[in-house]
Design a protein around this ligand. Structure first.
Ligand code: KIV
Ligand code: ZN
Length: 385
């Protein structure tokens, strides 16, 4: 089974979510949990962004022993030096250098032509190589870069000493077919590509971050980058838990796996949500409150007979106790009866039918019928009879 490396950027791209600001203690707490989750690489921050972030990256670098610790840097010496300082004490440091390559970024942001982009990136990588053996180079906005130029940039980065080449779909623009094709083309056309790892970094502007990461894997990517709960700039990044569980659940199709400790997923998701203040939507894949909850009678009946009727993965895999059968107006008699048995009431058929009828009237008025509601109904009914 092919191993896919996991590069977690919750503490850097994830922290770029509007309104999120993690202090040093919070970053270290999340980094320790990411270590338990078994991510291979942790991007701890952008040291040149502020003295506070430099200090936080340094604290993570010193605290975490079982993952590569990465600092982000623009392609300039001061930024590289800030990462050098921040990663002092790291067991396994890595520099993440980036420079934009797309025509839009070249023209409006950088005011550089192609040659200048190549020269600037090369000078930065060569300078960094004096201090780092591991360097990831990202062609920012690779998704909107001419493919022949992206091949040229990649070849230059490999010659200059990069060890990982990252292909960011910075603005979440590409379809899975287009994104996958970039990886296929780089693999076929760039000399020396077999000596580096290829990485996928996707954003979710069009809701395609997970599927694009999977398309990259199918076309030869060795690493996926993303965040817990998919937090990040604008609509966020690839949700790591989604890719990991897609690979796990559909091993037959993808033939690749991460080495994450999947049973730590739920705990990691809760911690990130608590410390960032970003609430996980109920219907979020894998970690949303409803991801393993069933409300309709037909589904509940199927679940009570055999869980695989309506669950393609088990909640225990990600560290949750059990699936939930939520009682509402769509629920059926089977789930209702099981719920009452759980509460300690095994009613005879006639009484069950009468209580069920009362429950349906209540469920029409209320979104969620709680255990307390059921106990009140039972009390009423038992007094009547
Ligand atoms: O989305 C992006 O392009 C980035 C780079 C800094 C890798 O986050
Ligand atoms: Zn990004």
């Amino acid at each position: 089974m092919r191993k896919i490396y996991v590069f977690d950027t919750t503490l850097r791209d994830g922290e770029q979510s509007p309104g999120v600001n993690l202090n040093t203690r919070e970053k270290v707490e999340i980094a320790h949990q990411l270590e338990k989750l078994g991510v291979d690489r942790i991007e701890a921050g952008f040291p040149a962004a502020s003295p506070g972030d430099l200090a936080a990256v340094n604290a993570v670098a010193r605290a975490v022993k079982n993952a590569t610790i990465i600092g982000l840097s623009r392609s300039r010496q001061q930024d590289i030096d800030a990462v050098r300082e921040a990663l002092q004490g790291a067991q396994d440091p890595c520099l993440h250098l980036f420079l934009a390559t797309s025509p839009i970024h070249r023209q409006y942001k950088l005011r550089m032509d192609k040659q200048q982009v190549l020269e600037n990136a090369e000078a930065a990588i060569r300078y960094a190589k004096k201090y780092f053996s591991k360097i990831e180079f990202s062609a920012e906005d690779a998704g909107r870069t001419e493919l022949d130029f992206l091949c040229e940039v990649t070849a230059m980065a490999i010659r200059a000493g990069a060890t990982v080449i990252n292909i960011p779909d910075t603005v979440g623009y590409l379809s899975p077919y287009e994104y996958g094709n970039i990886f296929k083309t780089l693999k076929e056309q760039v000399p020396g590509i077999e000596n580096v790892q290829l990485s996928a970094h996707c954003h979710d502007d069009l809701g395609m971050a997970t599927v694009n990461a999977l398309a990259a894997i199918m076309n030869g990517a060795d690493q996926i980058e993303g965040t817990i709960n998919g937090i990040g700039e604008r609509a966020g990044n690839t949700a790591i838990e989604e890719v990991a569980m897609a690979l796990e659940t559909r091993q037959d199709f993808f033939g690749a796996k991460t080495s994450l400790v999947l049973s730590e997923i739920a705990r990691t998701s809760r911690l990130v949500s608590k410390l960032t203040g970003m609430v996980v939507p109920g219907n979020k894949a894998i970690v949303g409150a409803n991801a393993f909850a069933h409300e309709s009678g037909i589904h509940q009946d199927g679940m009570l007979k055999e869980k695989t009727t309506y669950e393609i993965m088990s909640p225990e895999t990600i560290g949750l106790k059990e699936s939930k059968l939520v009682l509402g107006k769509h629920s059926g008699r089977h789930a209702f009866r099981e719920k009452l048995i759980d509460l300690g009431f095994d009613l005879e058929d006639e009484l069950l039918n009468q209580t069920f009828a009362k429950f349906k009237v209540l469920a029409d008025k209320k979104k969620d019928v709680t255990d307390e509601d059921l106990l009140a109904l039972l009390e009423e009914k038992l007094v009547d009879t």
